[in-house]
Write a protein that binds this ligand. Structure first.
Ligand SMILES: [Zn+2]
Length: 281
Protein backbone atom coordinates (compact mmCIF):
# COMPACT_ATOMS: atom_id res chain seq x y z
CA UNK A 1 0.00 0.00 0.00
CA UNK A 2 1.21 3.46 -0.81
CA UNK A 3 2.39 5.30 2.29
CA UNK A 4 0.53 8.58 2.80
CA UNK A 5 2.60 11.67 2.20
CA UNK A 6 1.26 14.62 4.08
CA UNK A 7 2.29 18.22 3.79
CA UNK A 8 0.83 19.99 6.77
CA UNK A 9 0.27 23.63 7.47
CA UNK A 10 2.77 26.40 7.50
CA UNK A 11 3.81 27.16 11.02
CA UNK A 12 3.70 30.54 12.63
CA UNK A 13 6.20 32.93 14.10
CA UNK A 14 7.99 32.03 17.31
CA UNK A 15 6.40 32.77 20.64
CA UNK A 16 6.76 36.42 21.53
CA UNK A 17 7.09 35.58 25.18
CA UNK A 18 9.97 33.45 26.36
CA UNK A 19 8.51 31.11 28.95
CA UNK A 20 11.51 28.89 28.86
CA UNK A 21 13.44 28.42 32.06
CA UNK A 22 16.79 28.64 30.29
CA UNK A 23 17.78 25.12 31.19
CA UNK A 24 18.88 22.96 28.33
CA UNK A 25 20.73 20.30 30.18
CA UNK A 26 19.31 16.91 30.91
CA UNK A 27 20.66 14.07 32.89
CA UNK A 28 20.14 10.52 31.79
CA UNK A 29 19.51 9.26 28.30
CA UNK A 30 19.67 10.87 24.90
CA UNK A 31 17.62 13.91 24.03
CA UNK A 32 15.97 14.37 20.68
CA UNK A 33 15.74 18.01 19.65
CA UNK A 34 14.56 19.51 16.36
CA UNK A 35 17.32 19.29 13.80
CA UNK A 36 16.76 22.82 12.48
CA UNK A 37 19.20 25.44 13.71
CA UNK A 38 18.01 27.36 16.78
CA UNK A 39 15.95 30.34 15.77
CA UNK A 40 15.20 29.07 12.30
CA UNK A 41 11.61 28.91 11.21
CA UNK A 42 10.03 25.81 9.91
CA UNK A 43 8.34 26.83 6.68
CA UNK A 44 6.64 23.58 6.02
CA UNK A 45 6.28 20.19 7.53
CA UNK A 46 6.43 16.98 5.63
CA UNK A 47 5.38 13.75 7.21
CA UNK A 48 6.21 10.58 5.40
CA UNK A 49 4.97 7.76 7.54
CA UNK A 50 6.19 4.27 7.02
CA UNK A 51 2.88 2.80 7.99
CA UNK A 52 -0.64 3.04 6.87
CA UNK A 53 -2.52 5.10 9.43
CA UNK A 54 -5.72 3.19 9.20
CA UNK A 55 -6.22 0.89 12.15
CA UNK A 56 -5.57 -2.41 10.47
CA UNK A 57 -3.42 -3.74 13.30
CA UNK A 58 -5.13 -5.96 15.80
CA UNK A 59 -5.44 -4.87 19.42
CA UNK A 60 -3.74 -7.35 21.71
CA UNK A 61 -5.47 -8.74 24.74
CA UNK A 62 -3.50 -6.82 27.28
CA UNK A 63 -3.78 -4.30 30.07
CA UNK A 64 -2.23 -0.88 29.79
CA UNK A 65 -2.15 1.54 32.73
CA UNK A 66 -2.64 5.28 32.56
CA UNK A 67 -1.99 7.59 35.50
CA UNK A 68 -2.59 11.34 35.54
CA UNK A 69 0.36 13.21 37.05
CA UNK A 70 -1.37 16.60 36.79
CA UNK A 71 -1.97 19.17 34.04
CA UNK A 72 -0.79 17.56 30.76
CA UNK A 73 1.40 14.94 32.37
CA UNK A 74 0.46 11.28 32.18
CA UNK A 75 2.32 8.10 32.94
CA UNK A 76 1.50 5.34 30.46
CA UNK A 77 2.70 1.85 31.31
CA UNK A 78 2.46 -0.72 28.53
CA UNK A 79 1.72 -4.37 29.19
CA UNK A 80 5.42 -5.00 28.55
CA UNK A 81 6.33 -2.59 31.38
CA UNK A 82 7.61 0.29 29.24
CA UNK A 83 6.89 3.62 30.92
CA UNK A 84 6.11 6.79 28.99
CA UNK A 85 5.81 10.15 30.78
CA UNK A 86 4.24 13.01 28.84
CA UNK A 87 4.86 16.71 29.57
CA UNK A 88 6.39 16.42 33.07
CA UNK A 89 5.46 19.33 35.30
CA UNK A 90 6.93 21.00 38.40
CA UNK A 91 4.87 24.16 38.38
CA UNK A 92 2.34 25.86 40.67
CA UNK A 93 0.72 23.13 42.76
CA UNK A 94 1.71 20.26 40.47
CA UNK A 95 4.69 18.10 41.31
CA UNK A 96 5.98 14.89 39.84
CA UNK A 97 5.97 11.93 42.23
CA UNK A 98 9.39 11.35 43.82
CA UNK A 99 11.49 8.67 42.12
CA UNK A 100 9.36 8.73 39.00
CA UNK A 101 11.29 6.87 36.35
CA UNK A 102 10.53 6.38 32.68
CA UNK A 103 11.83 4.85 29.48
CA UNK A 104 10.38 7.60 27.29
CA UNK A 105 9.69 11.26 28.12
CA UNK A 106 7.89 13.51 25.66
CA UNK A 107 7.67 17.32 25.73
CA UNK A 108 4.94 18.80 23.55
CA UNK A 109 6.55 22.26 23.65
CA UNK A 110 9.09 24.16 25.68
CA UNK A 111 6.96 25.91 28.29
CA UNK A 112 7.69 25.40 31.99
CA UNK A 113 4.36 23.71 32.69
CA UNK A 114 5.30 21.00 30.15
CA UNK A 115 9.05 20.47 30.02
CA UNK A 116 10.27 19.57 33.52
CA UNK A 117 12.28 16.61 32.32
CA UNK A 118 14.67 16.86 35.26
CA UNK A 119 11.81 15.73 37.50
CA UNK A 120 11.96 12.29 35.88
CA UNK A 121 14.68 9.93 37.01
CA UNK A 122 16.22 6.94 35.29
CA UNK A 123 17.70 7.20 31.82
CA UNK A 124 14.72 7.95 29.62
CA UNK A 125 14.97 8.86 25.96
CA UNK A 126 13.67 12.44 25.94
CA UNK A 127 11.76 13.57 22.88
CA UNK A 128 11.56 17.37 22.62
CA UNK A 129 8.63 18.22 20.37
CA UNK A 130 9.74 21.78 19.59
CA UNK A 131 12.75 24.05 19.83
CA UNK A 132 12.89 26.51 22.73
CA UNK A 133 11.30 29.36 20.75
CA UNK A 134 8.42 27.22 19.52
CA UNK A 135 9.34 27.90 15.90
CA UNK A 136 9.95 24.32 14.79
CA UNK A 137 8.24 21.01 15.41
CA UNK A 138 10.52 18.03 15.63
CA UNK A 139 9.61 15.41 13.08
CA UNK A 140 9.78 12.12 14.90
CA UNK A 141 8.80 8.62 13.88
CA UNK A 142 10.68 6.01 15.84
CA UNK A 143 10.35 3.00 18.06
CA UNK A 144 11.58 2.58 21.64
CA UNK A 145 11.09 -0.87 23.11
CA UNK A 146 7.46 -1.83 22.45
CA UNK A 147 6.32 1.72 21.66
CA UNK A 148 6.25 3.36 18.25
CA UNK A 149 5.92 7.13 18.59
CA UNK A 150 5.54 9.90 16.05
CA UNK A 151 4.72 13.59 15.97
CA UNK A 152 2.34 15.81 14.07
CA UNK A 153 2.62 19.63 14.12
CA UNK A 154 0.10 22.12 15.46
CA UNK A 155 -0.09 25.70 16.56
CA UNK A 156 0.14 26.56 20.24
CA UNK A 157 -2.81 28.53 21.66
CA UNK A 158 -5.62 30.12 19.61
CA UNK A 159 -3.40 33.14 18.82
CA UNK A 160 -0.79 30.95 17.12
CA UNK A 161 2.04 32.12 19.38
CA UNK A 162 4.38 29.38 18.25
CA UNK A 163 4.05 25.71 17.57
CA UNK A 164 3.28 22.58 19.55
CA UNK A 165 3.93 18.91 18.91
CA UNK A 166 1.20 16.31 18.96
CA UNK A 167 2.66 12.98 20.09
CA UNK A 168 1.11 9.70 19.01
CA UNK A 169 2.02 6.40 20.69
CA UNK A 170 1.32 2.96 19.29
CA UNK A 171 1.57 0.25 21.90
CA UNK A 172 -0.31 -2.92 22.78
CA UNK A 173 -2.09 -2.67 19.46
CA UNK A 174 -3.79 0.64 20.12
CA UNK A 175 -3.01 4.27 19.34
CA UNK A 176 -2.87 7.04 21.95
CA UNK A 177 -2.59 10.73 21.03
CA UNK A 178 -1.43 13.51 23.36
CA UNK A 179 -2.31 16.88 21.87
CA UNK A 180 -0.11 19.11 24.06
CA UNK A 181 -1.16 22.77 24.04
CA UNK A 182 -3.05 22.62 20.79
CA UNK A 183 -4.66 25.94 19.93
CA UNK A 184 -7.01 25.22 17.05
CA UNK A 185 -9.18 22.48 15.63
CA UNK A 186 -7.47 20.13 13.20
CA UNK A 187 -6.86 20.51 9.49
CA UNK A 188 -7.41 17.54 7.18
CA UNK A 189 -3.64 17.13 6.93
CA UNK A 190 -3.32 16.95 10.68
CA UNK A 191 -6.11 14.40 10.94
CA UNK A 192 -4.30 12.24 8.39
CA UNK A 193 -0.94 12.71 10.10
CA UNK A 194 -2.35 11.72 13.50
CA UNK A 195 -4.26 8.69 12.28
CA UNK A 196 -7.15 6.82 13.89
CA UNK A 197 -7.07 7.19 17.65
CA UNK A 198 -8.25 4.93 20.46
CA UNK A 199 -7.29 7.08 23.45
CA UNK A 200 -7.04 10.88 23.31
CA UNK A 201 -5.44 13.26 25.83
CA UNK A 202 -6.87 16.68 25.06
CA UNK A 203 -6.64 20.14 26.69
CA UNK A 204 -9.94 21.77 27.61
CA UNK A 205 -9.01 24.68 29.90
CA UNK A 206 -8.91 27.50 27.33
CA UNK A 207 -6.72 30.61 26.95
CA UNK A 208 -3.40 28.85 26.24
CA UNK A 209 -5.18 26.04 24.43
CA UNK A 210 -8.55 25.17 22.99
CA UNK A 211 -11.58 25.04 25.31
CA UNK A 212 -14.66 22.79 25.40
CA UNK A 213 -16.24 23.56 22.02
CA UNK A 214 -13.05 23.08 20.00
CA UNK A 215 -12.20 20.00 22.06
CA UNK A 216 -15.54 18.46 21.10
CA UNK A 217 -14.80 19.21 17.46
CA UNK A 218 -11.40 17.51 17.66
CA UNK A 219 -12.82 14.43 19.42
CA UNK A 220 -15.21 14.10 16.50
CA UNK A 221 -12.57 14.91 13.88
CA UNK A 222 -10.42 12.05 15.19
CA UNK A 223 -13.44 9.81 15.78
CA UNK A 224 -11.88 8.70 19.06
CA UNK A 225 -12.76 5.08 19.46
CA UNK A 226 -12.32 4.31 23.12
CA UNK A 227 -11.35 6.92 25.74
CA UNK A 228 -11.08 10.71 26.01
CA UNK A 229 -8.94 12.07 28.84
CA UNK A 230 -9.38 15.83 29.39
CA UNK A 231 -6.27 17.67 30.66
CA UNK A 232 -4.79 21.15 31.08
CA UNK A 233 -7.76 22.69 32.88
CA UNK A 234 -8.29 24.83 35.95
CA UNK A 235 -7.80 22.99 39.22
CA UNK A 236 -6.95 23.93 42.82
CA UNK A 237 -3.32 23.10 41.94
CA UNK A 238 -3.32 25.34 38.85
CA UNK A 239 -5.99 28.02 38.85
CA UNK A 240 -4.59 30.29 36.12
CA UNK A 241 -6.78 28.80 33.41
CA UNK A 242 -10.29 30.05 32.61
CA UNK A 243 -12.14 26.74 32.68
CA UNK A 244 -12.33 23.67 34.87
CA UNK A 245 -13.14 20.32 33.31
CA UNK A 246 -16.89 20.79 33.90
CA UNK A 247 -17.84 22.85 30.81
CA UNK A 248 -16.27 20.13 28.67
CA UNK A 249 -18.20 17.38 30.47
CA UNK A 250 -21.52 19.22 30.42
CA UNK A 251 -24.22 17.29 28.58
CA UNK A 252 -22.05 14.25 27.94
CA UNK A 253 -22.94 10.68 28.73
CA UNK A 254 -20.47 7.94 29.53
CA UNK A 255 -18.44 9.98 31.97
CA UNK A 256 -16.36 7.99 34.43
CA UNK A 257 -14.95 9.91 37.39
CA UNK A 258 -12.21 7.74 38.79
CA UNK A 259 -11.63 7.97 42.52
CA UNK A 260 -7.89 8.12 42.07
CA UNK A 261 -5.23 9.10 39.56
CA UNK A 262 -4.93 5.82 37.70
CA UNK A 263 -6.94 3.31 35.72
CA UNK A 264 -6.33 0.25 33.60
CA UNK A 265 -7.33 -0.06 29.96
CA UNK A 266 -8.44 -3.57 29.12
CA UNK A 267 -7.42 -3.50 25.50
CA UNK A 268 -9.01 -6.73 24.39
CA UNK A 269 -12.33 -5.80 25.95
CA UNK A 270 -15.14 -5.02 23.58
CA UNK A 271 -16.04 -1.38 23.92
CA UNK A 272 -18.22 0.26 21.37
CA UNK A 273 -18.91 3.35 23.44
CA UNK A 274 -16.59 6.30 23.77
CA UNK A 275 -15.87 7.03 27.42
CA UNK A 276 -14.81 10.30 29.05
CA UNK A 277 -12.57 9.56 31.99
CA UNK A 278 -11.71 12.14 34.65
CA UNK A 279 -8.85 11.35 36.98
CA UNK A 280 -7.91 12.94 40.29
CA UNK A 281 -4.60 14.59 40.96
ZN1 LIG B 1 0.43 24.72 28.91
Amino acid sequence: MLAPRIVAQQVGPPANIDFHDGSDTMKGGPEIWPSAAPGSFMVGYTVVHKYDHTRTFKPKKAALKIKWLGHSSFQITTSGGTIIVTDPIEFKGYHMPPNLSADIVTVSHEHPDHNCVDAVSGTPVVFRGTDKRLSTVNEIDTTVKDVRLYTAPSFHDPGHHGVNAIFVFECDGIRIAHLGDIGTVLTDDQITAIGGIDILMIPVGGQFTIAAAEADTIVNQLDVRKIVLPMHYKTAAFDDLPYSVEPFLAGKENIRRVDGSEFTVEIGAANGVREYIVLRY
